[in-house]
Design a protein around this ligand. Structure first.
Ligand SMILES: Nc1nc2c(ncn2[C@@H]2O[C@H](COP(=O)(O)OP(=O)(O)OP(=O)(O)O)[C@@H](O)[C@H]2O)c(=O)[nH]1
Ligand SMILES: [Mg+2]
Length: 217
């Protein structure tokens, strides 16, 4: 398991957003991943919160800054500010409430409208521990993920199943995409293929900042 580390000790910083309907377990996935905590009586998020955690990918330390907002419209953060600079997303539904699965199309559209096309998306079916209450089949969710070209995982924030996997897979993939971009680029910035920009080192956002050797202007 990746170690918990001091906050300023990292090579890359990636912004990842959590989205999905109210009550699907976004805040508990975040607290499980960043603090190894779970609350049965957590309140709806109001506005925006974020937490960080660093993990190892290859020989690099990748720090995730994970943003969490309310599923309920009236409590949500300003949409464009929330998504700005995000290079990864966990789009969460609740496997026991079919309506939360139906709404993912809307969330996906909003996400794609506000982020770079290279964003890494993990489609997450949470509360997999509630086996007797399941309302969304794994097959249906997998088919959706394949159609939309996203990763997919079922998780339980309560039982700590796949939470670590879901976040680390997103972060490793972002790292791979951004380091491949750096390789593709070589010494010639013009070599970056159009439409495939990932936000690495843009001075206006915190999302894909490589700590050393860039961003000093
Ligand atoms: N059984 C079970 N319950 C969970 C799980 N994850 C979250 N919950 C419960 O679901 C409820 C809602 O969880 P939250 O994490 O607050 O949901 P949210 O998506 O952040 O909701 P909003 O902030 O309103 O958007 C809480 O009562 C949690 O205890 C899980 O994996 N299994
Ligand atoms: Mg919440």
């Amino acid at each position: 398991m990746a170690a918990y580390r001091a906050d300023d000790d990292y090579d890359y910083l990636f912004k990842v957003v959590l989205i999905g309907d109210s009550g699907v377990g976004k805040s508990n996935l975040l607290s499980r991943f960043t603090r190894n905590e779970f609350s049965l009586e957590s309140k709806s998020t109001i506005g925006v919160e974020f937490a960080t955690r660093s993990i190892h990918v290859d020989d690099k330390i990748v720090k995730a800054q994970i943003w969490d907002t309310a599923g309920q419209e009236r409590y949500r953060a300003i949409t464009s500010a929330y998504y700005r600079g995000a290079v990864g997303a966990l789009l969460v539904y609740d496997v026991t409430r079919h309506v939360t699965f139906e709404n993912v199309e809307r969330w996906l559209k909003e996400l794609r409208d506000h982020t770079d096309s290279n964003i890494v998306i993990m489609f997450v079916g949470n509360k997999a521990d509630l086996r007797h209450l399941r309302a969304v089949s794994t097959e249906d969710a997998k088919a959706f993920a394949e159609r939309e070209n996203t990763f997919f995982m079922e998780t339980s924030a309560l039982e700590a199943i796949n939470v670590e996997n879901a976040f680390t897979q997103v972060l490793s993939q972002i790292y791979r995409v951004s380091s491949r971009k750096a390789l593709d680029l070589g010494d010639d910035p013009a070599a970056l293929p159009r439409g495939q920009t990932i936000n690495v080192g843009s001075k206006d956002d915190v999302s894909g900042v490589k700590k050393v050797g860039c961003c000093s202007n």
